[in-house]
Design a protein around this ligand. Sequence first.
Ligand SMILES: CC(C)=CCC/C(C)=C/CC/C(C)=C/CC/C(C)=C/COP(=O)(O)OP(=O)(O)O
Ligand SMILES: O=P(O)(O)OC[C@@H](O)CO
Ligand SMILES: [Mg+2]
Length: 237
Amino acid sequence: MSDWADWDHIVKIDPDKTLVDGETFEDVAATGTDAIEVGGTTGMTEEKMKRVVDACGKHDIPVYIEPSNPASVVHSDRHDGYLVPVVMNAGDVTWITGAHKEWIRIDDGIDWSRTFTEAYIVMNPEASVASYTQANCDLNADDVAAYAEAAEHLLGQEIVYVEYSGMLGDPDIVAAAADILDDATLFYGGGIHDYESARTMAQHADTIVVGDLVHDEGVDAVRETVKGAKDATATVR
Ligand SMILES: CC(C)=CCC/C(C)=C/CC/C(C)=C/CC/C(C)=C/COP(=O)(O)OP(=O)(O)O
Ligand SMILES: O=P(O)(O)OC[C@@H](O)CO
Ligand SMILES: [Mg+2]
């Protein structure tokens, strides 16, 4: 069974950002989140990634690296593996197969037993990741559902990731992706900042991802989103 099958909540640590003063990765692990993803778009250097992975690796919580480019794939046994994005609605093929081909061509240390993909559907045109991948964010619920179905059944993806990074998305869009998927796991990330936004999105997505909040508000705020995710999952069952 894949690690993420029973994750309700992920904290995404951007190695280019700091934690709130006085807070540690141990505090992040103690929020009750199910896993830590280390990933960002800009400023992803090997040194920054290693520092975060080493710090998180000490607390028995799954730690996955989400590389944003081939240069930020850090090889270490201090983490559980890699979640490599494939952007379904990228405007530049680099972010669908191009960067992946280059990474595979130059990196002879890939451990495929610990390397998995996330089929991203980028929805917030203001997000760095949207410009970074020239994503076509002008999608309605049918478009998103079709991308989700293509990811699972055409491209065999195990994870579909509806990404509103930086803003709280439209629950109906997330529901459209959730309703079409059979076995693939649906991640949702974007603008989750409190109990209510977490619970709302966790009613549709299998797993919610919280990023900016951990850097901007800190672990007490993150803990509220864990509660929201766990309560939603409890009621759905
Ligand atoms: C093939 C390899 C090893 C890497 C390429 C992997 C791909 C396709 C990356 C595309 C970009 C992407 C989906 C990156 C994942 C991390 C992410 C979404 C970071 C969030 O970025 P934003 O929140 O938009 O920007 P800020 O950093 O400003 O918050
Ligand atoms: O930073 P936020 O808006 O929480 O988004 C989390 C994650 O989806 C970013 O890739
Ligand atoms: Mg962000």
